[in-house]
Design a protein around this ligand. Structure first.
Ligand code: NAD
Ligand code: ZN
Length: 430
């Protein structure tokens, strides 16, 4: 896809990074060999209780022992981590350490928690020192971290290849993160067989996260339209660029082929699970460099201010809006808003994600493809479906506006009123 027709600035540089990747059925059985190459002797496996119950972390621990690596399992990861849960995990790792390396086994929750543990046990300082401004101090990690192998068990976040770590700040009821290239895992070991046990609701929600990563990255502000940065100012998200575009196009094609099948076919359709895992990894390699925009910015207050929504397929002990649901609920409306800034890209994305969709008004093409998909896979109908009404919109808007890092990536800069309008029109999506 060519660069959109926009006013050029003096920026001429984009950056792109990803960890080495080992992908395929059975890849998880090679984690021990891979870690042995780093000369590590004592490793902490980081996971959550749901994944631990399935046995994958124990299998990986056994595999490490075959290479004479001492492996312990920490299975206290909180699903959708918080500052509190990450601090507790770090405390555990500090007390039980030192560790020569880490293996994250799980979805974004486990991988992000492992990134935080790795940072805070490799270097001095506390979580808030490193969290993005304006919430934290955005301190730069002072040096290299320990080896971290990320083994995803959901097809969703792409966290195994990104430099981000996302968490909920409980006292502020807002999600934010740490974003620095040093957080990127050393190696991604991606084994689609690990996703065969995913419940359909988690397959659907984490799959919508892939969809939004690919679409938001593809429609993000183009890198040449930002002000020129000095080398030390370059950030992880540099805007849509030719390399990220390639990964996002591939991810959308795979999603078109296999997303519905993966949700409805359960454990029986290995080919669909392979496609979904590739889509997640590819989209991560895209958005992890270019960025995401309005749907993800809105997702933070939607998840952070949840009252009593308890989704099927997820732990029931507390209310939550899973990340993949929260990013998708305002996506149709967000892409109506951003359409004019890059019509060609919105149409190309719609054609890749919904190759058989009937043609409608161009600005409606991508929203209609998204709505059809969300209805088919059982995503809640708008923010109303997870418990919000129009009256909540004024309380949600400030949470979105705090995500300046993400909103800066939007090809059309939204005002508070624009965000309020998008949220209001997303109370119901169909
Ligand atoms: N770092 C990044 O780049 C990035 C990007 C997007 C999202 N995130 C973050 O990732 C988190 C969401 O991660 P997620 O969507 O991967 O889900 P998750 O890690 O929160 O897991 C969701 C649920 O699925 C269960 N589960 C996971 N794998 C399973 C399997 N194979 N079989 C059965 N159950 C399984 C878990 O136990 C949990 O209950 C959020 O906190 C989100 O903000 C991070
Ligand atoms: Zn996401």
């Amino acid at each position: 896809m060519t660069a959109p027709d926009v006013e050029p600035t003096e920026e001429t540089i984009f950056t792109w990074g990803a960890p080495p990747l080992k992908f395929g059925a059975g890849a998880a059985d090679e984690v021990g060999f891979e870690l042995s190459q780093y000369g590590v002797k004592r490793v902490l496996i980081v996971t959550d209780p749901g994944i631990s119950a399935i046995g994958a972390p124990q299998r990986i621990a056994d595999n490490l022992r075959r290479y004479e690596i001492e492996a312990e399992i920490f299975d206290g990861v909180h699903v959708e981590p918080t500052d509190d849960s990450m601090n507790k995990a770090t405390e555990y790792a500090r007390v039980q350490g030192p560790w020569d390396g880490f293996v994250a086994v799980g979805g974004g929750s486990a991988i992000d928690t492992a990134k935080a543990i790795n940072l805070l046990t490799s270097h001095p300082g506390e979580l808030m020192d490193y969290i993005n401004k304006p919430i934290g101090n955005a301190k730069v990690p002072p040096g290299q971290l320990k080896p971290l192998i990320a083994v995803p068990t959901t097809a969703g976040t792409g966290s195994e290849s990104t430099a981000m770590c996302v968490l909920d700040i409980l006292s502020m009821k807002v999600k934010t993160g740490i974003s620095h290239w040093r957080l990127r895992p050393t190696l991604a070991v991606v084994d689609p067989l690990l996703t065969l046990t995913l419940p359909p609701e988690v397959t659907a929600a984490s799959g919508m996260d892939i969809v939004c990563h690919a679409l938001e990255s593809y429609t993000a502000r183009y890198y040449t339209t930002f002000e020129r940065k000095q080398p030390q100012e370059r950030v992880t998200y540099c805007g849509a660029n030719p390399v990220s575009d390639l990964w996002c196009e591939q991810a959308l094609t795979l999603l078109a082929r296999s997303f519905r099948t993966a949700v409805h076919g359960g454990a029986d359709d290995v080919a669909a699970r392979v496609d979904m895992m590739q889509a997640a990894t590819f989209a991560g390699m895209g958005f992890g460099n270019s960025g995401v925009h309005i749907p993800h910015a809105n997702a933070y207050p939607i998840a952070g201010m949840v009252r009593d929504y308890r989704p099927a397929g997820y732990p029931q002990d507390e209310a939550m809006v899973p990340h993949g649901q929260s990013v998708s609920l305002t996506a149709p409306e967000a892409f109506r808003f951003s359409f004019d800034s890059a019509p060609e890209r919105h149409l190309r994305a719609a054609a890749l994600l919904g190759p058989d969709a009937p043609s409608v008004d161009p600005a409606e093409q991508l929203p209609s493809v998204l709505v059809a998909l969300m209805r088919d896979i059982g995503i809640p109908n708008g923010i109303g479906g997870v418990g919000y009404t129009e009256d909540d919109v004024p309380d949600l808007v400030p949470g979105t506006m705090k995500q300046q890092r993400l909103l800066a990536t939007c090809p059309r800069t939204p005002t508070e009123d624009d965000i309020a309008g998008i949220l209001t029109r997303s109370v119901e999506n169909w």
